[in-house]
Design a protein around this ligand. Structure first.
Ligand SMILES: [Zn+2]
Length: 326
């Protein structure tokens, strides 16, 4: 990252399939939420201790890289619910899932104890990262449970909200206001545009080519970060027969990213690539998906007037240069 002048590391530390960061306030998050059991009975998982997190943050800082943590809420939270089931709308014995997908059980937005839990937990996590930013997710949160939950419904009535999307907006803003007291600005996936969005929130534009979400963010004067999945998802295949999932994003696709072609480029804070590791089995595979597409992203962002043919030539030199570093 340092060689490519990629200066922000967005660290997706939590998801349905695992909780990956030590909490001293809520130890069950790691005891239970960090491990899943495969169909053959084997146990997989693990987490970073707070000391390890500090070491990584400081190592990154030495290289000029800021680490931005993400705690994904209120969906993609089954690892939390496996540890603390009472935080769901309808508590039951939740498991950390060993399959991928979008799950209906999410954190309840109607219970005060969920707010207390999240504000304590986020404050503990925010403390570990000097970055002014923290990402709270907000993506892929089905509303089936909230529609049926008496607590969520009475929250909607009490606050005179229109629907469950507005309930999510309210929850997000409430957490963001708490974090603002620690000097943090909150980022969320572009679903946060679906309800009522406050100007203070930063939108991470990810769906499709990103044009729609960027225009909506621009209409509301929200700052945004670009990572449209058609171009910037490095878990997608780089070619028809290379490893990956979901779709194809070739080197040339990545190179076609043009932040100036989106609405209100003055609101664009930057761009990033996302490498989800669900279907990546080892480091060699990970590296093959990351490179050379990361080179293309870095050059587009730092040298937008350069051309693709020239890039292909420079790529050879860069690969030689990187070999000298390792
Ligand atoms: Zn609820």
């Amino acid at each position: 990252m340092n060689a490519l002048k990629l200066n922000k590391f967005h660290w997706h530390l939590t998801d349905d399939q695992g909780w990956r960061i030590e909490s001293k306030l809520f130890p069950a998050l790691c005891e239970k939420g960090a491990y899943r059991v495969e169909p053959d009975g084997s146990r997989h998982g693990g987490f970073y201790t707070q000391d390890e997190i500090r070491e990584i943050v400081s190592y990154a800082d030495d290289l000029g890289i800021e680490v931005i943590p993400e705690v994904d809420l209120p969906g993609h939270a089954l690892a939390i619910l496996a540890a603390y089931p009472h935080l769901a709308c309808f508590p039951q014995d939740f498991c950390v899932p060993n399959s991928w997908g979008i799950f209906d059980d999410i954190l309840c937005a109607g219970k005060d104890e969920v707010l207390d839990f999240l504000s304590q937990l986020l404050s503990e996590i925010a403390e570990l990262f000097p970055s002014e930013y923290i990402h709270l997710g907000g993506d892929e949160a089905p509303k089936a449970r909230w529609k049926a939950c008496p607590n969520c419904q009475s929250r909607i009535r009490d606050l005179k909200l229109k629907n469950e999307e507005e309930l999510q907006s309210w929850l997000f803003l409430k957490l963001a206001q708490g974090l603002a007291q620690q000097g943090k600005s909150v980022i969320g996936w572009d679903e946060i545009l679906d309800g009522r969005i406050d100007k203070s929130l930063i939108v991470m534009v990810w769906r499709g080519d990103g044009k729609d979400a960027a225009s909506k963010a621009a209409e509301n004067s929200n700052s945004y970060i670009l990572c449209p999945n058609q171009l910037c998802y490095f878990d997608w295949k780089a070619s028809e027969d290379s490893p990956g999932a979901h779709g194809i994003s070739t080197l040339a696709n990545v190179y076609s990213l043009d932040p100036s072609s989106y609405s209100r480029p003055d609101l664009c804070l930057g761009a990033q690539a996302n490498l989800w590791t669900e279907h990546i089995h080892n480091e060699a595979e990970l590296e093959a998906m990351l490179l050379p597409r990361a080179f293309a992203l870095a050059e587009r962002l730092w040298n937008p007037n350069a051309d693709y043919q020239g890039f292909l030539t420079r790529l050879n030199d860069l690969e030689g240069y990187l070999d000298t570093l390792s």
